[in-house]
Ligand binder design. Structure first.
Ligand SMILES: [Zn+2]
Length: 161
């Protein structure tokens, strides 16, 4: 995430990002926000909801331990959270599956070079597969592998069929 948005999040939610300037031995948050600017609004919405729960609904103060993209989704890890807080994080972070990580426009999961990522049409890398294309190819590869493992397939591989 760009430095300006990083600073903005830490200014808005100093209690949640109290570990942002910790050492890397202490907290993964020291690495910063490991996702694109397109997800700023989602991270902001998660923090606004969490801080509201703490300030007005008696929930404990959560501290972010890591914020990153993983398998094409936003992951927002915290310490000292209740189940209700975890549920809220999951609910809001789920938006990342439909929002371009680069620019924040509507997007979908694509697979490029083995990496899952959420991109709008403009930011989809050349040659990327849609998730359904990727899944279909994986199923076809699995079926081919199973065919080769079958007794007939093994005989054919040995040149006996
Ligand atoms: Zn985009």
């Amino acid at each position: 995430m760009s430095p300006e948005l990083d600073v903005l999040l830490c200014q808005r939610y100093p209690k949640i990002f109290v570990d942002r300037r910790a050492s890397i031995q202490t907290s993964c948050m020291a690495w910063g926000f490991s996702c694109g600017d397109g997800w700023f609004e989602i991270v902001d919405a998660i923090c606004a909801r969490l801080q509201h729960m703490t300030d007005h609904e008696g929930a404990p103060q959560v501290v972010a331990s890591q914020v990153k993209e993983k398998f094409g989704s936003l992951k927002f890890y915290v310490r000292r959270a209740t189940e209700a807080q975890i549920d809220e994080i999951s609910r809001i972070a789920g938006r990342s599956n439909h929002i371009c990580e680069v620019c924040g426009a509507p997007g979908a999961t694509v697979v490029a070079g083995g990496w899952h990522q959420v991109r709008c049409a403009e930011h989809t890398p050349a040659g990327a597969l849609s998730f359904s294309e990727f899944a279909a190819r994986r199923r076809a590869a699995q079926a081919e592998w199973e065919r080769l493992q079958s007794p007939q397939g093994q005989r054919r591989l040995r040149g006996e069929a």
